[in-house]
Write a protein that binds this ligand. Structure first.
Ligand SMILES: Nc1ncnc2c1ncn2[C@@H]1O[C@H](COP(=O)(O)OP(=O)(O)OP(=O)(O)O)[C@@H](O)[C@H]1O
Ligand SMILES: [Mg+2]
Length: 301
């Protein structure tokens, strides 16, 4: 980045992200804000939505407070995977017709979710007032949650980059296919270079034959990330390639509910148990929801 671009960027960030002072730091610490997790991938169709939904369900069933937010602005479909039809979506909130609380609907097992909607991209230019209203709505919701998962679209579109930049952490889903691996690395590389605040990246390898295959994929990404980005990208888990997943999708039921004992469901159980034990990423609570919303809605990435 040249000097001019760097200072312009710095200026933009200063204007849109409130600086942390002692008062709001104390406020942030008092609040129990949810951990914000973007689930992303380089290549499409690798299993992000199924992973997000089933991980959320597992955490929800174990007593955690979880919200799934369909953040795929192009093809929102988490409700289709759950077999529920949503009356309201983010579209109504961004248009100012509904408050965010009114559009949180309950999926299987009573899992709270926010449905996405097409045509959201045009709405992402909002007034300061809209953003403030939206921020405080979402913040009050986040105080009641442990985790908020954003199921993003694939690739490096501006909306996806904004979601990743705004989250505390990003789980990158890949399959063992070389194209999926290289696209996953490309996403990590681009984001790593663009981010001003750290986002913790981790990898989930989906559709593997066995654990060894997942480790090979993770080692490949890990090695290049260490060498070229000096970043450590841990393997969060792996999911077996399992016909039950496709069958459950066809039936519009989450696979962990329809086939709780299948290989993929057992893998999800292991991932969920490990995930609950992970310490929160460092970034959490430094800027809170205001920071999140600023980065998401005001073009700071
Ligand atoms: N572990 C698995 N075993 C077998 N098939 C799987 C597995 N995971 C996903 N699939 C198949 O891949 C399809 C795509 O999954 P999903 O919709 O979750 O991907 P996605 O990454 O969210 O896609 P998009 O990029 O379009 O949002 C599923 O419908 C299912 O058929
Ligand atoms: Mg998806």
């Amino acid at each position: 980045m040249n000097d001019q671009a760097a200072s312009l960027r710095e200026l933009m960030l200063k204007r849109s992200v409130p600086l942390l002072n002692e008062e709001n730091l104390v406020q942030m610490k008092k609040k129990n804000l949810a951990r914000l997790i973007a689930v992303s991938s380089g290549k499409g169709g690798v299993g992000k939505s199924n992973f997000t939904l089933n991980l959320a369900l597992k955490l929800h069933a174990s007593g955690k407070k979880v919200l799934v937010f369909d953040a795929d602005m192009g093809m929102a479909n988490i409700d289709i995977l759950m077999g529920v039809s949503s009356r309201f979506s983010l579209y109504h909130v961004l248009k100012g017709e509904k408050r965010i609380r009114d559009i949180v609907q309950l999926g299987p097992l009573g899992l709270p979710y926010v449905a996405g909607g097409s045509g959201l991209i045009e709405l992402l230019t909002l007034t300061e007032e809209d953003i403030d209203r939206f921020t405080s709505d979402l913040e009050s919701l986040a105080q009641e949650m442990d985790y908020i998962f954003f199921d993003t679209g694939a690739g490096l579109s501006l909306e996806n980059r904004r979601f990743i930049a705004a989250a505390d952490e990003c789980i990158v889903v890949t399959t063992p296919e070389p194209t999926s691996i290289t696209d996953a690395y490309a996403l990590i590389k681009v984001m790593h270079k663009q981010l001003t605040d750290p986002v913790s990246f981790s990898i989930v390898v989906n559709r593997v034959e066995n654990r060894r295959e997942a480790e090979k994929v993770s080692d490949k990404i890990g090695l290049v990330a260490k060498r070229f980005l000096n970043a450590t990208i841990p393997l969060l888990g792996y999911i077996t390639d399992d016909q039950h997943v496709m069958r459950a999708v066809k039936n519009q039921k989450p696979f962990t509910l329809m086939y709780p004992q299948c290989a993929a469901s057992r893998d999800m159980e292991r991932i969920a148990s490990g995930y609950k034990e992970l310490p929160s990423p460092l970034k959490q609570n430094t800027q809170g929801f205001k920071g999140f919303m600023n980065k998401w809605l005001k073009k700071t990435i």
